[in-house]
Design a protein around this ligand. Structure first.
Ligand code: CP
Length: 299
């Protein structure tokens, strides 16, 4: 079966096809005739990703199984591979997985035909978030090519930053990072790390990141973060009128993003959440059809 684990493996044609298909789902209701069963396995907490995958599956007419990691045999020590093979044996077609580790590496080479969709793997990947972010940008700008996108904040611990970087580069956007030096990611040193105020003023998209306290071990806190790196009332005045403000959520209110920014007319945070349903419908359909671009384009 076909899986989506990283935006690194998506080419421009596939991304364009997924964006087109998701936009169709934004505009109209749709019930898929294919019978398929999906299950969400969330080993980390989630509100929008978990619920939007459920909503997407329901809107496609799929059967959705309830799975609570907390009440499952994972608590008795069952491994991820054994859990997935058990789920496949029950007749499930696709599993959506969120895990604090790099789960695609953990299951690489396993004997299992389930389709797997990555709903977040440690600090490495969150491909459907990047896809729904791309849809949100495309709805405003028409195209991603040539957009200046500044991703601000806790880049080191952000799977959203990494998935967006791969996808946006594939689509011809210019990506910059800004924020505290202690949140730089060594392996992403080829991405310009720019002065925040200058970058914010020149950007088409200002994408704020959540400070991921749960992943911080030895990198320390930042005192007065909102004043130094937050999107506060003063910084809002620097942003172009034509630009948009994004944040994957959940937000630390008045830390990386202030109340004023949340209600600013340029803010797209709730539109990102809404787009999550349509994009996840497109991704579920695409994976269950075997990852064929032709079917996406002609459907
Ligand atoms: N953006 C995102 O992944 O949010 P949740 O953790 O609520 O799913």
């Amino acid at each position: 079966m076909f899986s989506l684990t990283s935006t690194k493996y998506l080419n421009e044609r596939t991304i364009e096809a997924l964006l087109r298909r998701a936009q169709l789902f934004v505009n109209q209701d749709y019930s898929w005739k294919k019978r398929a069963t999906v299950v969400n396995l969330f080993f980390e907490p989630s509100t929008r990703t978990s619920l939007s995958f459920q909503m997407a599956a329901h809107r496609l007419g799929l059967t959705v199984l309830d799975f609570s990691v907390k009440n499952s045999s994972v608590q008795k020590g069952e491994s991820l591979i054994d859990t997935l093979q058990t789920i496949e044996a029950l007749g499930v077609d696709l599993a959506v997985i969120r895990h604090k580790e790099d789960w695609p590496s953990m299951v690489a080479g396993m004997d299992c035909e389930l389709s797997l969709v990555n709903a977040g793997s440690g600090a490495l990947e969150h491909p459907t978030q990047a896809l729904l972010d791309a849809l949100t940008m495309q709805q405003h700008f028409g195209s991603l090519r040539g957009l200046n996108v500044t991703i601000v904040g806790d880049v080191m611990h952000s799977r959203v930053a990494r998935s967006n970087l791969h996808l946006l580069r594939t689509m011809g956007a210019n990506v910059m990072f800004a924020g505290p030096n202690q949140y730089k990611a060594q392996e992403l040193a080829d991405v310009p790390w720019v002065d925040m105020d200058q970058a914010v003023a020149q950007s088409d998209v200002v994408m704020m990141l959540r400070i991921q306290h749960e992943r911080h071990e030895n990198c320390g806190g930042i005192s007065d973060y909102n004043k130094s790196f937050g999107l506060n009332r003063d910084r809002l005045t620097l942003i172009k009128n034509s630009a948009i403000i994004m944040h994957p959520g959940p937000v630390n209110r008045n830390v990386e993003i202030s109340d004023e920014a949340m209600t600013d007319s340029r803010c797209r945070i709730l539109q990102q959440v809404s787009n999550g349903v349509a994009m996840r419908m497109a991704v579920l359909e695409w994976c269950l059809q075997g990852g064929s671009n032709e079917k996406l384009v002609s459907a």
